[in-house]
Design a protein around this ligand. Structure first.
Ligand code: 13P
Length: 337
């Protein structure tokens, strides 16, 4: 087993998932503004450190994705944040893209940037303890989009990023996120997501990325948030499995879904059904941002000193997601006090 494959498996095995705490300062400011907390480096760290020192980190969280600011911060105990994460047995990771810009010749779409100087930044992050990374490509669905320019350019960038990350001894998370915004059907999401993922793997293979040493982070197959009909959770699970079976090569060790604006319960229930009906060889788990943090952040914003109860809320969410990754979650367990 290669070193990269064993890092990937350590992060996602046995129901463990990934805590995506890599919101950029802009995004984190929006999240904190929404709950009336001033976004300062201290407040951003205070909330995150509460999560990173929670009990559920040991049992549920295999990896934490950090943002540049956080990986350089010191904890209250004077340990670095990667040291705190390592203490819980999880692997520290880092978001390395530098965000999205308008895509030339298709300016309603986005291209993710960050390849310039990437190798140098990776060397620095490796020294700080990071052993995996994240890069997110983003695609919208409309009648015209995603365009071939977007599908091709983002796949190319994701593959270039992955190749450089592996050369630096880290596992790349490959995240092509097809957004849920819009009035498209779940079948449109299925078709577009399958094309997006297939093209990513075409590029990863051309650029000789070791598929055993990556983690795929896709969206689930959902109807657009303005679509006229609601689809069932069973349909979400079956369409998501269909998509992945058709577009993902068998070699990859696992798939860690993003939550993408689903509620905490939706993201948990859908993952549970995917795992329960998983007829692939891929490990299926979570790499959630909002669906792990939302309730904890809401409570903390009103009770900033109450570390214990904030952690209890996060622990519950992480436990539920870990059960879901094993297909063992139910409403009964969710609501048991
Ligand atoms: P969400 O789970 O909130 O979609 O965040 C995951 C992530 O890392 C998006 O890039």
């Amino acid at each position: 087993m290669s070193e990269l494959n064993s890092i990937a498996l350590k992060i996602i095995s046995n129901g463990k998932g990934i805590l995506a705490a890599d919101e950029s300062n802009n995004t984190m400011t929006k999240r904190l503004d929404a709950v009336n907390v001033i976004s300062t480096p201290e407040n951003r760290l205070n909330f995150r450190e509460i999560l990173f020192t929670s009990e559920s980190m040991k049992k549920c969280i295999g990896g934490v994705i950090l943002y540049d600011e956080t990986i350089n911060q010191l904890s209250k105990t004077n340990l670095t944040i990667p040291e705190i994460i390592l203490q819980s047995g999880a692997v520290p990771g880092i978001k390395v893209d530098t965000g999205v810009k308008n895509l030339a010749n298709s300016p309603d779409e986005k291209i993710t940037e960050g390849l310039d100087g990437l190798r140098e930044r990776l060397e620095k992050y490796y020294k700080l303890g990071a052993r995996f990374t994240k890069w997110r490509g983003v695609y919208s669905i409309t009648k015209k989009y995603p365009s071939q320019i977007s599908i091709h350019s983002n796949a190319h960038a994701l593959a270039r990023y992955s190749a450089i990350v592996q050369e630096c001894g880290m596992v790349p998370i490959v995240e092509p996120e097809v957004l849920m915004d819009g009035d498209h059907s779940a079948d449109e999401c299925l078709n577009k997501t399958s094309e997006v993922i297939s093209r990513c793997f075409d590029e990863l293979i051309i650029q000789k990325v070791d598929l055993k040493g990556i983690i795929l982070k896709p969206n689930m197959i959902l109807a657009g948030n303005k679509f006229k009909n609601k689809i069932s959770n069973d349909e979400v699970a079956s369409k998501t499995l269909k998509c992945l079976k058709n577009s993902v090569p068998a070699e990859i060790p696992g798939i860690a879904f993003l939550s993408g604006g689903q509620t905490e319960i939706e993201a948990t229930e859908n993952l549970n059904l995917i795992s329960k009906n998983n007829d692939t060889n891929f490990i299926m788990t979570y790499s959630y941002g909002r669906a792990l943090q939302q309730s904890a952040l809401k409570f903390w914003s009103k009770n900033i000193k109450d570390v214990k109860r904030t952690q209890n809320i996060f622990n519950h969410r992480a436990n539920m997601c870990t059960l879901a990754a094993q297909g063992k979650w139910s409403y009964e367990i969710e609501n048991k006090k």
